[in-house]
Structures are given as structure tokens and as C-alpha cells.
Write a new protein. Structure first.
Length: 123
């Protein structure tokens, strides 16, 4: 089943916000795009905050929340932003945190500085 979240920014390509299968929800990567106008805010802090809010909107549309996430993957344009991203990420994922990978990408869509995807499970 596909999930399109009305509170998340529109997809920038031919994909859906998430897919639900066998109790799992697999989100597409979320840039830090403003859902109202599709623009990217300035800087890694603002983009990370918005990326995580967009993940939250997708999870909400699937009937889930951050606490249901079991795995995330973070793509950063510059690994020097790792500590900053971690600081912001830790505000959204508290308690028992999900498994995670973080990789530096040569280039992200729309010139983004960070993109985050998640896998969640219905409990």
C-alpha cells in the first residue's frame, strides 16, 4: 500500500512518500524541503529539523510515530555536519533509538545538505 502524506512536501520525482508492506513502513528519503512552498531553508540545522519533521509527517500519514522507527539512513553532503545532525536527530529519537547509518553523498537532490529515510514497524 502506498502512502502519500498531505503534510509533507511533494515528491521531487516519480515516487511515493512511503510504502507499507507486512507491517513495515519504508519511507522515501526526505530532504529538508518546506512542505508549503518546496524551498530549502538555509543551513544544516534548519534542513535537518525540516527533514525530520517531514519524516514525522510521513509516519503520521501511516498511523505511526518516531517511536515506531527501527532503522534510519542519513545522507549528508558534508560529513563535517555529522555532530550537528546528531544533536538535532537526538531530539526526535529519544529513549530506545533506532539502528542507523550515516553516509556522505556526493550530491543530494535540489542541492540539499541532508536527506533522511526511515523504516518503521507497526507494533
Amino acid at each position: 500500500m502506498t502512502i502519500n502524506a498531505p503534510e509533507a512536501p511533494a515528491a521531487v520525482g516519480p515516487y511515493v512518500h512511503a510504502v507499507k508492506a507486512n507491517g513495515f513502513v519504508f519511507t522515501s528519503g526526505q530532504l529538508g524541503l518546506n512542505p508549503e512552498d518546496g524551498t530549502l531553508p538555509e543551513g544544516i540545522v534548519a534542513q535537518t529539523e525540516q527533514s525530520l519533521k517531514n519524516i514525522g509527517a510521513v509516519l503520521k500519514a501511516a498511523g505511526l510515530g518516531y517511536e515506531d522507527v527501527i532503522k534510519t539512513t542519513i545522507f549528508v553532503a558534508d560529513m563535517n555536519d555529522f555532530a550537528t545532525v546528531n544533536e538535532i536527530y537526538s531530539k526526535y529519537f529519544t529513549g530506545e533509538t533506532p539502528a542507523r547509518s550515516c553516509v556522505q553523498a556526493a550530491k543530494l537532490p535540489k542541492g540539499g545538505l541532508v536527506e533522511i529515510e526511515a523504516i518503521a514497524v507497526e507494533k
